[in-house]
Ligand binder design. Structure first.
Ligand code: KIV
Ligand code: ZN
Length: 514
């Protein structure tokens, strides 16, 4: 941290704005776990919830307040005495309590939501900010839908909140409507013209309806905001809030441009993101900046070649700076000979040009059968094993009619023998995986399972993707079929066959080098 003007406070609202969005709710215990991770990440303020709205938020806030003594804890309140009193009570044990009061200021909200005149809005802001100040010294006031408010009225509302004792003024872009240029100017004019503005911290809270939340937050900072409200993985109402990990890395990677620091420990970004994904069961998309599986993955030959010469050719950050172990060189259909040779050298195989040509041909053939080629597959190529063989699905039937689902699978084993197994489960997929497990003797504990459709109309197919942790390694597999249950079986078998091949590889050693 440097001086006030060069330091931006990170206000994390994963547990409030994030948690109130569909599919993201958390139990008090989950909130406590997440709050610990946020404190470790280095956020300045954690918004723990909306105490007046639920017992669960009151419980979570009280428990987090008992544990986290260094981080400011904020809770949300409408401009209602009951809300503010509930907030004050739930923060009673907190070392650094903040009451966050909000009221809509835009004409649309005044007319259709609040049914209040401008004068009534101004009166309510003054009264309720002062009430919050009677409980705590740290009060934030938010002008909900601030970016769609008449600018002169916004100035008046902010001035009243400051005069009543607000110490932070948050101007939310509630609908994700503004643009970087617009919000930069808005903050500049507020800070230059509202009486008392220089004595408070201005804050931006941007939603992502147009995909501009991070850009708008950075622009607000250029306009003078020194608090940014954001969430892990960008979760939040509708299209979400500004993603904390993206903001933090924009400030770090482009520090010479912004010249503003945050206190975020960037190496905790990926672990914190993964924790949230697990807690709420909502994975991020693979190409999500910073924390997505592909954020540091390279498959195309041209990129891999560049990366092998100098990683700065295709990476602007070091993956370990954000908590990934390393960049990923994914070997697949788009990879070139140089990347295959490089990976083989890392596995201990130094090949003459001609040998590498041969192996590369086999590699290409293998890529026609499977999407990616991992180290075990390369080992099999080098030791003369026939990759792509293993257990194969001959047929399957799944039924979900009784108390429990049942599945029967018929497989051919690596030697071509037929085997049939059946099992029960808590649903069709659970029963199917249990039957596959019984047939192959491989037990997998799933990290993630997702299905989606690929293609359109008559060509549409289901693709299932699985990832598992097995004996310290992570395996991913995918399968495609017109039937998503069958696609799931194919994905499961891809992983099981990889595990079985790696067991064989570890007993056969590297003697039969091509
Ligand atoms: O988006 C918004 O306006 C909010 C406020 C309640 C801060 O979340
Ligand atoms: Zn919001």
């Amino acid at each position: 941290m440097t001086t006030n003007t060069e330091y931006v406070r990170i206000f994390d609202t994963t547990l409030r704005d994030g948690e109130q969005s569909p599919g993201c709710s958390m139990t008090p215990q989950q909130k406590v776990v997440m709050a610990r991770a946020l404190a470790e990440l280095g956020v300045d303020i954690i918004e723990t919830g909306f105490p007046a709205s639920s017992q669960s938020d009151r419980e979570a806030t009280a428990q987090i307040a008992r544990e986290l003594r260094e981080t400011t804890l904020a809770v949300l309140s409408r401009c209602l005495p009951g809300d503010i009193e509930a907030s004050a009570r739930s923060l009673e044990g907190a070392a650094k309590p903040r009451i966050h009061v909000f009221l809509s200021t835009s004409p649309l909200h005044r007319e259709h939501k609040l049914r209040m005149s401008k004068a009534e809005v101004i009166d309510s802001i003054g009264k309720h900010v002062a009430l919050a100040r009677s409980f705590v010294d740290d009060v934030e006031f938010s002008t909900e839908d601030g970016t769609r408010t008449e600018e002169d009225f916004l100035h008046e509302a902010v001035g009243v909140a400051i005069a009543a004792g607000a110490t932070t003024i948050n101007v939310p872009d509630t609908l994700g409507y503004t643009t970087p240029k617009e919000i930069r100017g808005l903050f500049q004019r507020l800070i230059a013209n509202v009486p008392g503005a220089k004595d408070v911290i201005f804050s931006a809270h941007c939603h992502n309806d147009l995909g501009l939340a991070v850009a708008n937050s950075l622009a607000a900072m250029e306009g003078g905001a020194r608090q940014i409200e954001c969430t892990i993985n960008g979760i939040g109402e509708r299209a979400g809030n500004a993603a904390l990990e993206e903001l933090a890395m924009a400030l770090k990677v482009r520090n010479a441009f912004y010249n503003i620091d945050s206190r975020i420990d960037s190496r905790r970004l990926v672990p914190t993101s993964k924790l949230l994904q697990r807690l709420i069961g909502m994975p991020v998309q693979h190409n999500k900046a910073i924390v997505g599986e592909n954020a540091f993955a390279h498959e195309s030959g041209i990129h891999q070649h560049g990366m092998l010469r100098n990683r700065s050719t295709y990476e602007i950050m070091n993956p370990s700076d954000v908590g990934w172990p390393d960049s990923k060189m994914v070997l697949g259909r788009h990879s070139g000979r140089a990347a295959v040779g490089h990976r083989l050298r890392a596995l201990g195989y130094t090949l003459e040009d001609e040998q590498l040509d041969q192996v590369f041909e086999q590699f290409k053939a293998l890529c026609e059968q499977q999407r990616t080629v991992d180290d075990d597959d390369l080992e099999r190529l080098m030791t003369g094993g026939v990759t792509g063989q293993g257990y194969r699905l001959s047929s399957m039937t799944v039924s979900d009619r009784g108390q429990r689902a049942s599945a029967q699978v018929e497989l051919s084993d690596p030697d071509g023998r037929k085997l049939t197994e059946s099992a029960l489960g808590d649903g069709p997929v659970d029963a199917l995986f249990a039957a596959l497990s019984a047939a192959t003797g491989v037990r997998l504990s799933l990290e993630s399972y997702s299905v989606h459709s690929v293609g359109l109309g008559a060509d549409a197919r289901g693709e299932a993707s699985l990832s598992v942790h097995h004996e310290g390694s992570e395996y991913v597999g995918s399968g495609t079929s017109r039937d998503i249950i069958e696609a799931s079986a194919l994905a499961w078998l891809e992983i099981a066959n990889r595990i079985l091949r790696s067991r064989q590889g570890s007993t056969s050693g590297k003697s039969a080098v091509a």
